[in-house]
Design a protein around this ligand. Structure first.
Ligand code: NDP
Length: 245
């Protein structure tokens, strides 16, 4: 039975990922930022779906010492840690010339620096047990860029360089590190898009629809499995064909 921490699993894509691991009977740590109630609901659903155990942990990942603390607490409560999914993320969109320092800092702290802090602690545990999986949730914005998202795209592109580097450091110890880069997925994050923008994006997506969180969850679960043991340092795009290159 594997033990997994999914950051930002109170809702959205992270919730779907946590539930996918629950179906496999794993011990699942559900992490939230501010939504404790939602995290408890995710945990209850995970329990119904077959999770061996569930724990809920709150931490503001924008706070510098929180990531390492969260990882240690998750490992302690689960009795170890085999899989880390770095999913929590935010947007603070705006054109560059209007972007506030605080918007830049919050996005880099939450979407990139927190992943560094969490992964550093996770890998220490995984290399000892000679098996581990880290899956980082990036975005096609990190590959393509997106107007109004200089901060977000920089953080998500940063994740890809981080993924490739750490993948090369610990592969010989059975630890793989991969990234997924979703396109537009139905979630609270994309619900914020104005209808006109949404329609424009839909025109550009060959699948002619936004993706579902459950579809991303299946991909993450595969990368976290034994079946993906020789996939390392990769970025798997999941976007309905939008970023075909
Ligand atoms: P949501 O906005 O639906 O959920 C975000 C999650 O992250 C929540 O669980 C939230 O916790 C948590 N979170 C946010 N800020 C913090 C913080 N400071 N500290 C701790 N937790 C925090 O996002 P999505 O499900 O849409 O996105 C999940 C990931 O997928 C993100 O990394 C996002 O960038 C990426 N992604 C999303 C796409 C999409 O189309 N939706 C496309 C490509 C990538 P709480 O609610 O408890 O505050």
């Amino acid at each position: 039975m594997k033990r997994v921490l999914v950051t930002g699993s109170s809702r959205g894509i992270g919730k779907a990922i946590a539930l996918e691991f629950a179906r496999k009977g794993f011990a699942v740590a559900i992490h939230y930022g501010g939504n404790e109630e939602a995290a408890r609901e995710t945990a209850a659903e995970a329990g119904r779906l077959g999770a061996a155990t569930t724990v809920t942990l709150g931490a503001d990942l924008a706070e510098p010492t929180a990531p390492a603390r969260l990882l240690k607490e998750a490992a302690q409560r689960l009795g170890g840690l085999d899989i880390l999914v770095n999913n929590a993320g935010i947007t603070r969109d705006g054109l560059l010339i209007r972007m506030k320092d605080a918007d830049w800092d919050a996005v880099i702290a939450t979407n990139l620096s927190a992943v560094f802090g969490l992964t550093r602690e996770a890998v220490k545990l995984m290399m000892k047990s000679r098996w581990g999986r880290v899956v980082n949730v990036s975005s096609i914005a990190g590959l393509m860029g997106n107007p109004g998202q200089a901060n977000y795209a920089a953080a998500k592109a940063g994740l890809l360089g981080f993924t490739k580097s750490v993948a090369k450091e610990y592969a010989a110890r059975g630890v793989t590190v991969n990234a997924v880069a979703p396109g537009f997925i139905e979630s609270d994050m994309t619900a914020k898009l104005p209808e006109k923008v949404r329609q424009e994006y839909l025109k550009a997506i060959p699948a002619a629809r936004f993706g579902r969180a459950a579809e991303v969850a299946k991909l993450v679960a595969f990368l976290a499995s034994d079946d993906a043991s020789y996939i390392n340092g990769q970025t798997i795009v999941i976007d309905g064909g939008l970023y075909a290159h």
